[in-house]
Design a protein around this ligand. Structure first.
Ligand code: P6P
Length: 338
């Protein structure tokens, strides 16, 4: 029966990546190995999170602040170290650029030409760590360009079209890995008894419209008027509902599956917003566009933004095509009034 068939034929991540890489030639093997490293990092982080309440030294703060000026959680450090140690062994990655590190981490034995760079946010939404709520890791893979001998990583300051793979790991009631290598979006669920990510859904497409708007309305009075106008519209219009988890991977996954829009606008104090382009917005934009959605800064596509510095932030409007366009229409209306 179907249940038995699923058991027998379950598609693992490595098999799935290889199967769809027929058109990638030599890079196929690399991408398959890289995705398996991502999966291993996800398993190690998921295991630690599931035991966080049972072990000393997992929860809470380290007492330091990171390059973003945010207080660092022990899980931020642990997760960042997991990605470094897992990719050190890969032999494929020369450089890891993380939201948690001022400068990229170079793996000398693989450099200068290590073929790939991993850009990642090891634990996104770490404010949820100590309260056992959904968290995520976000990743993108870019080809190593040039030899970066001065360690300035200037070649990373390119637009999102340079990403060859991107996705996230969602640490929720189950651990899911959602990724794209430019050939659709596919989701996997971790089977802890096998230690394998098993294919759950292939070629996920985001609905063109959804009822959900996901934004921290606590910032309402710090936004530009256009965003306030959009919120007033969805407040008074039937068919909209608010969902905001405080950890973007969970909010984006909900929107990928059900449709709608996630927003993190700029504010008067921080016009560029809070979210980091290279480690959060660009990887998620790559994925959502592959699912048939859109990701905008409000004045252009996220995927077209060329950062001037590694930790550059951008405002983010991401999700269903129609809902992103609706938010942009309020921005355009406001611009015409000026
Ligand atoms: P705020 C988590 O720190 C994060 O980067 C995203 O995961 C999340 O969506 C956002 O910031 C939450 O920020 O200002 O709403 O608490």
């Amino acid at each position: 029966d179907r249940e038995y068939a699923l058991e027998r034929d379950c598609t693992t991540l490595s098999r799935h990546v290889l199967e769809q890489l027929h058109s990638f030639g030599a890079e196929a093997q690399d991408l398959s190995a890289l995705m398996n490293r991502i999966a291993l990092a996800g398993k190690l982080i998921a295991r630690r999170l599931s035991r966080a309440g049972l072990m000393a030294g997992v929860l809470g703060f380290t007492g330091e602040t990171n390059v973003q000026g945010e207080s660092v959680k022990k899980m931020d450090v642990y997760s960042n170290d997991v990605f470094i140690s897992v990719f050190k062994q890969s032999g494929l990655v020369c450089r890891l650029a993380s939201e948690e590190m001022e400068k990229p981490y170079y793996i000398p034995e693989n450099c200068p030409i290590g073929r790939y760079t991993l850009l990642y946010d090891p634990i996104d939404g770490s404010s949820n760590t100590d309260i056992n709520l959904t968290l995520g890791s976000i990743f993108a893979i870019r080809r190593q360009q040039g030899d970066d001998v001065d360690g300035s990583a200037q070649d990373l300051l390119q637009d999102g079209h340079q990403q060859i793979a991107a996705g996230y790991i969602l640490y929720g009631p189950s651990t899911m890995l959602v990724y794209s290598i430019g050939n659709g979006v596919h989701s996997f669920t971790l089977d802890p008894s096998l230690g394998e990510f098993i294919l759950t859904e292939e070629n996920i497409t985001i609905p063109n419209h959804g009822a959900i708007y996901s934004v921290n309305e606590g910032n309402f009075w710090q936004w530009e008027e256009s965003f306030r106008e959009y919120i007033r519209y969805v407040h008074r219009t039937e068919g909209y509902t608010a969902r905001y988890g405080g950890a973007m991977v969970g909010d984006i996954h909900r929107i990928l599956v059900q449709g709608g829009v996630f927003l993190y606008p700029g504010t008067e104090q921080k016009p560029e917003g809070k979210l980091r382009l290279l480690y959060e917005s660009a990887p998620l934009a790559f994925l959502i566009e592959q699912a048939g959605g859109r990701a905008s800064t409000g004045s252009g596509e996220i995927m077209d933004v060329v950062p001037e510095k590694l930790h550059q932030r951008t405002p983010l409007i991401i999700g269903s095509k129609e809902d992103v366009a609706l938010v942009e229409s309020f921005i355009e209306q406001q611009a015409q009034r000026k």
